[in-house]
Write a protein that binds this ligand. Structure first.
Ligand code: KDO
Length: 337
């Protein structure tokens, strides 16, 4: 090979190496995306802890997980819209919030439908969920990655049992019960027999302390984590909603990821949801004793009376009318009993 050919071969080889190096450097230099999450939950809430300790590290190669707690970045109930407009990438969404956009989601926010955490997982992973997920992706630009366990919601009041003994829905007549702001929540408050007051989660402690509300409803882990037990006297274990959240993720960001990165994000969300679920379940088992030590009276009401009354309130409502044919039966079939 003469010197000219030799030189040409060397130049082409150098170009090929440069091309590979630049391609590799681009791949590594790909901007790390920032995943801002906004939640009204505290930093110590088990769902927050699970996302920070499981999800964040799992995606760290290509994304920076950036949580904002106590609704410090986006007001509670406005997160989904913020994701849709590109002002947020993640949230711990509720079926009640989704129901403000898509009424059919109220089926997952209906009292006494989900039976327990495992039932929630079976429902979320069942094909019945596909049209719900698809609608949210196509119309809101939000991907629901996993279902999180918030816990069994109970009625938690400022009064001792001697003043207000909550055994049946009739006992809640006239009780000013704080419920989250959306229609599905307010309806649940009424279905329980109470007078619901809409209020953001971050205002609940002060409202209980000052007496501007008579009570609130949240699972035991939340009652402890947000210290509601300091300003309340009793918990009637109504279990009126085995409550859930969804790990909500920006579809636009999802579509910008490689298939490998998408698989990593999906698994990280599922692993975080499972870690948070086990933590919440563990707390629910042990917190009755802790709360009784704090002086709260904790007791089981007439669950049959509550279940029958609450479920009867949904019959014939616009919520029930929005439920796709047969879905409630499919959800019930996925339950244990
Ligand atoms: C609440 O405002 O009572 C609620 O429990 C509603 C849930 O959907 C969820 O928003 C939750 O607050 C927050 O995650 C704080 O725990």
């Amino acid at each position: 090979m003469n010197s000219i050919m030799m030189r040409r071969t060397l130049v082409l080889a150098a170009l090929a190496v440069a091309l590979v190096v630049s391609a590799l450097s681009n791949a590594f230099a790909q901007d790390t995306i920032t995943l801002r999450l906004s939640t009204p939950a505290t930093e110590t809430d088990q769902r927050s802890v699970a996302l920070a300790t499981v999800f964040g590290p799992a995606v760290a190669d290509f994304a920076t997980y950036q949580p904002h707690y106590n609704a410090s970045l986006v007001a509670q109930g406005s997160e989904l819209e913020a994701i849709a407009t590109g002002d947020l990438e993640m949230s711990i969404a509720s079926a009640q919030e989704l129901a403000t956009f898509f009424p059919e989601f109220s089926i997952f926010a209906t009292g006494y439908v989900h039976q327990d955490a495992a039932h929630q997982v079976r429902v979320f992973n069942d094909p019945l969920m596909d049209p719900f997920k698809q609608t949210v992706e196509e119309e809101l630009g939000v991907k629901l990655l996993a279902v999180m366990y918030l816990g069994r919601r109970h009625v938690n009041l400022r009064f001792p049992r001697s003043e207000k003994n909550i055994m049946t829905p009739e006992d809640l007549a006239g009780v000013n019960l704080r419920m989250p702001g959306t229609d599905a929540w307010q309806f649940l408050g009424k279905a329980l027999g109470a007078n619901p007051t809409p209020m953001a989660f971050t205002e609940v402690y002060t409202a209980l302390q000052t007496g501007s509300v008579d009570g609130q409803d949240n699972p035991l882990p939340t009652v402890v984590d947000s210290k509601f037990f300091e300003v309340t006297k009793q918990i009637s274990l109504t279990s009126h909603l085995v409550d859930l959240n969804y790990v909500a993720f920006s579809k636009a960001v999802w579509d910008s990821l490689t298939p490998e990165q998408q698989a990593t994000v999906q698994k990280a969300a599922e692993d975080a949801a499972e870690a948070g679920r086990q933590a919440q379940l563990g707390l629910e088992d042990e917190l009755v004793a802790f709360l009784e030590e704090q002086g709260l009276e904790i007791y089981e009401p007439d669950l049959k009376a509550f279940r029958e009354h609450v479920q009867a309130q949904y019959v014939g409502t616009e919520f029930a009318a929005s439920w796709p044919e047969g879905v409630l039966e499919q959800i019930n079939a996925l339950g244990d009993n």
